[in-house]
Design a protein around this ligand. Structure first.
Ligand SMILES: [Zn+2]
Length: 244
């Protein structure tokens, strides 16, 4: 029994080291503020056509969401406890479009949001990541793409296409260490979109500062590996089981 436990531990440690190796191999220091393009609504939406119950809707917002709060020490522990992208709910197979002109940097690379993802590098040292894709994207690294070009098909983070079908979209600096709120970068009628989706109504409160990080526009930047931003003294809704 003891041997088996040790073997299991060894396996886990091996996997951890292998994971760390991948992470270190791809580590680049965060880029300074001065070389990163400021948000100026320079990008478009990743889906074409009008939102609606049969097409696409906004699901989870970026930032201090209640969902991220509940998983702040697990899924989002390395992202300061925040949801570092926007979730667009859509049936599996919905065509995903490049949000701006750029060059495909990675297809199924190491930067998260499985089972399949794409990263596009844009001007201003920005990168966009499209995650939970249905299958390996048809574009190739090094390929130039234009805004609105179909690059992939949306999928489901739980791989069923009936439980959580959505696209996870992130805007990062090119080092992948800084993750930005996509809302001010993307030209869209966010207020109308928020009326149709659950977007913007699911932020965790700190009752000590109840207006902090409660709107789509006012969410903080995430630094990969930084300290938790939402370890609130008086969280609402409370953490399951009353644990903080
Ligand atoms: Zn997401």
């Amino acid at each position: 029994m003891l041997t088996r436990t040790c073997l299991l531990r060894k396996g886990a440690a091996g996997a951890l080291l292998a994971g760390l190796g991948v992470a270190l191999a791809h580590y680049a220091p965060p880029l300074p503020e001065s070389v990163i393009a400021k948000p100026a609504r320079q990008f478009g939406l990743p889906f074409a056509g009008a939102p609606g119950p049969d097409t696409w809707l906004l699901g989870q917002g970026y930032g201090n969401t209640t969902g991220a709060y509940r998983q702040r020490r697990s899924t989002y522990g390395n992202l300061q406890g925040l949801h570092a992208g926007l979730d667009f709910s859509a049936p599996c197979g919905t065509p995903v479009r490049a949000i701006g002109d750029g060059v495909v940097a990675e297809v199924d690379g190491p930067h998260g949001s499985p089972p399949h993802n794409v990263v596009i590098d844009h001007a201003g040292n920005l990168s966009s990541l499209y995650g939970h894709l249905l299958k390996r994207a048809s574009v190739r690294p090094g390929q130039r793409v234009t805004r609105g070009q179909v690059i992939a098909e949306s999928g489901d983070s739980q791989l069923t296409c009936i439980s959580a079908p959505h696209l996870h979209l992130e805007i990062r600096d090119r080092s992948h260490q800084r993750l930005f709120n996509p809302v001010p970068y993307i030209a869209a009628d966010w207020e109308s979109l928020a009326l149709a989706g659950s977007f913007g109504r699911g932020y965790e409160y700190d009752l000590s500062a109840p207006r902090k990080w409660q709107t789509p526009e006012t969410q903080p930047e995430v630094r990969r590996g930084g300290p938790l931003l939402n370890d609130f003294a008086r969280p609402w809704p409370p953490a399951p089981g009353g644990a903080r």
